[in-house]
Design a protein around this ligand. Structure first.
Ligand code: FNR
Length: 371
């Protein structure tokens, strides 16, 4: 691994004041190959732009004179008390952003009291992350052709006190991420994989990411396999990667304890819809049977508010966390999380919502043709 010597944004006179400024500082701090890996999306990157643009098309119907002298952001997620309806999405390879990797991210999650979802393709082990702090942690998995590897990891996560399994279902194959192909981005060594190092997988396409996914992930996975997963763990299972009401209903029937509306940060199927534009469809289908979460393009507290108004119980943030990590390690992740919390708090105050329960569909305007 190599990275630039300073993790601090020395050339920016002032501290970043929003997530987008963290992105710019991360771009300056990281080697191009790694920045592109984090920031990029699939093919034309249409969905990448849309994830954010669709939030911008939603406006507010703020209410007035509602006593907003005290604002309470706290909530419970799967029964766990957290400081805000914001979770850290699973993202791969945190040591490419900072030498402390996922441990730094987990410590920031603990300090901010938000849930961290550890990626299956992490560079710190499930045990290292677990013993580093008391963050509430979920563990994200893919189901591998080697079911025994998946089962072992799930059991290790369960033994190490992870509270839920997040099954990501939108990667039967890896999306075509052209910046990674151009940069010949090589997947680094993965400590969680006994006997299987990503770096051993070679590809004639330059990057080995696609070949790595193709050689490991089980593309034959189907609904019946959720039963297998449930049989090997007592932990609740969230299904991540739902974009339609049909699949939302199937996920509930299959026993999911929650649903994450996600297009994988626009890294898989380009021209998938912006996640915020299909959230309501999923929420209506699920009828409150399980919580619905959403990720993709959340960069502002106003985005979090919009997602809650459209029925999400919480949002996940992916790239903002990695940018914070790249700029200032644990402190950067904490700042990013706290910034979004502060922005959400202000949005609630200015919209007349002292608690999360006060946020309703009536607080936002969407144009159904364009959303
Ligand atoms: C991801 N995402 C992801 N998802 C997952 O289930 N397992 C993983 O290992 C990864 N890895 C990963 C790496 C990077 C660099 C990114 C940007 C994303 C998807 C992630 O969990 C989440 O769905 C998106 O990142 C949400 O979109 P935003 O917040 O990045 O716009």
């Amino acid at each position: 691994l190599f990275w630039r010597s300073s993790w601090c944004a020395g050339n920016m006179a002032e501290d970043p004041v929003n997530v987008n400024e963290y992105q710019e500082l991360a771009r300056q701090a990281l080697p191009k190959m790694y920045y592109d890996f984090y920031a990029g999306g699939a093919e034309d990157q249409h969905t990448l732009k849309e994830n954010m643009e669709a939030f911008r098309r939603i406006t507010f119907r703020p209410r007035i004179l509602r006593d907003v002298s005290k604002i309470n952001l706290s909530t419970t997620i799967l029964g766990y008390n957290v400081s805000a309806p914001i979770m850290i999405a699973p993202t791969a390879f945190h040591k490419l952003a900072h030498p402390e990797g996922e441990v730094a991210t987990a410590r920031a999650a603990a300090a901010s009291n938000v849930i961290m979802i550890l990626s299956y393709v992490s560079m710190c082990t499930v045990e290292e992350v677990a013993s580093s702090c008391n963050a509430i942690r979920f563990f994200q998995i893919y189901v591998y052709k080697r079911r025994d590897v998946t089962a072992q990891l799930v059991q290790r996560a369960e033994r190490s006190g992870y509270k839920a399994i997040v099954l990501t279902v939108d990667v039967p194959r890896l999306g075509r991420r052209e910046p990674d192909i151009k940069n010949k981005m090589i997947a680094p060594q993965l400590k969680n994989f006994e006997g299987l190092l990503a770096t051993q997988v070679v590809s004639d396409e330059g990057s080995n990411l696609q070949a790595f996914a193709a050689s490991t992930i089980d593309a034959s996975l189907s609904w019946k396999d959720i039963g297998w997963l449930r049989s090997i763990t007592k932990l609740p299972i969230l299904i991540k990667g739902v974009l339609t009401h049909e699949d939302a209903i199937k996920a509930v029937e299959a026993g999911a304890a929650g649903i994450v509306v996600s297009n994988h940060g626009a890294r898989q199927l380009d021209y998938s819809p912006a996640t915020i534009s299909v959230l309501e469809e999923v929420v209506h289908a699920v009828k409150g049977k399980v919580p619905v979460f959403v990720d993709g393009g959340v960069r502002r507290g106003t985005d979090v508010f919009k997602a809650l108004a459209l029925g999400a119980q919480a949002v996940l943030i992916g790239r903002p966390v990695v940018y914070g990590l790249a700029v200032k390690g644990e402190t950067g992740v904490r700042r990013v999380t706290e910034m979004l919390k502060d922005e959400l708090e202000l949005t609630m105050a200015l919209s007349g919502c002292p608690t999360l329960k006060d946020i309703t569909r009536g607080h936002v305007i969407t144009d159904p043709e364009r959303l």
